[in-house]
Design a protein around this ligand. Structure first.
Ligand code: R2B
Ligand code: URA
Length: 282
């Protein structure tokens, strides 16, 4: 293409010098909420001892409110919204951006929240495989009216390195397990507290028990397409999500605001430790 317009980032190969802006990127961290990814960029700015004020970091995608994007040294922090369609649009444009910028050896992380399956709230889950509603490690994408099935295995080396980081930090529990990705927060995750509810408490528990037996330790809404696209495009990737609650114990997220804020910092602390180690800063 003579020009590639990354429409949802409000960036283009003609109007922006992508190699100059992004060529030195080594770590890309994505997460659902715009505010959380801004906070993460500021946190990384302090962690990497970069010059200038963390508060002055600018949103590279200020021309659109679809996604936000911040660059701090070799780290890119981007929001992706909620659910598979939203993250998949962002990933198409991100992977093209990394290609246009001639980036190499990039590791991509999803830092998120999730519902725990048999885990204490606050536990961090590093995803082994992202699985679908039937616990299969695959993602189905409809292309030209046909279902294309892609594998959702993530990078084993990065996952193990993250677990080691957690051992070193010793500040919160971390496990490696399968992550179930759903297209809904309520019925799709077996919740009884949605506007629609078509099953019993016993049926819910049976499904969660089956998920647990299949190695599922948490449930969220983006990991499958994230894993599938990164794998198909040859990008090393990891999913790190904190469990906000134990789904065997309830459906509502009842922890206080302050507790939830602290939980959401845990994946950030873990990935920051990983990045600092990779950069030889610790
Ligand atoms: C985790 O949290 C969001 C739903 O509350 C969703 O984006 C996800 O995967
Ligand atoms: N995000 C989810 O998708 N599910 C939960 O239970 C909590 C956060």
């Amino acid at each position: 293409m003579e020009e590639d317009i990354l429409y949802h980032f409000s960036l283009s190969t003609k109007t922006h010098n992508l190699p100059e802006m992004f060529g030195d990127t080594k770590f890309v961290c994505v997460g659902g909420s715009a505010n959380r990814m801004k906070a993460f960029a500021r946190f990384m700015h302090r962690q990497l001892n970069l010059p200038g004020l963390p508060e002055d970091i600018k949103d590279i995608c200020e021309g659109t409110d679809r996604y936000c994007m911040y660059k701090v040294g070799p780290v890119l922090s981007i929001s992706h919204g909620m659910g598979v369609p939203s993250i998949s649009i962002m990933l198409h444009e991100l992977i093209k951006l990394l290609y246009h910028a001639q980036c190499c050896d990039v590791v991509l992380f999803r830092l998120g929240t999730s519902g725990g399956v048999g885990l204490a709230p606050g536990t961090v889950v590093v995803t082994d495989k992202a699985v679908d509603y039937a616990f299969r490690p695959q993602f189905e994408q409809v292309v030209l009216g046909k279902v294309v099935t892609r594998s959702t295995e993530l990078d084993e080396g990065v996952a193990n390195e993250l677990l080691k980081c957690s051992d070193e930090l010793q500040t919160f529990p971390t496990v490696i397990g399968n992550t179930m990705c759903t297209d809904d927060f309520y019925e799709g995750q077996g919740r009884l507290d949605g506007a629609l509810c078509s099953f019993s408490h016993e049926e819910k528990l049976e499904y969660l028990r089956k998920a647990y037996e299949a190695g599922v330790r948490n449930i969220e809404m983006e990991s499958a397409v994230f894993a599938a696209m990164c794998r198909a495009c040859g990008v090393k990737a990891a999913v790190v999500c904190v469990a906000l609650l134990n789904r065997f114990e309830g459906d509502q997220v009842t922890s206080s605001h302050d507790v939830l804020v602290e939980y959401q910092q845990r994946p950030q602390v873990l990935v920051s430790h990983f990045i600092k180690k990779r950069l030889g800063l610790i």
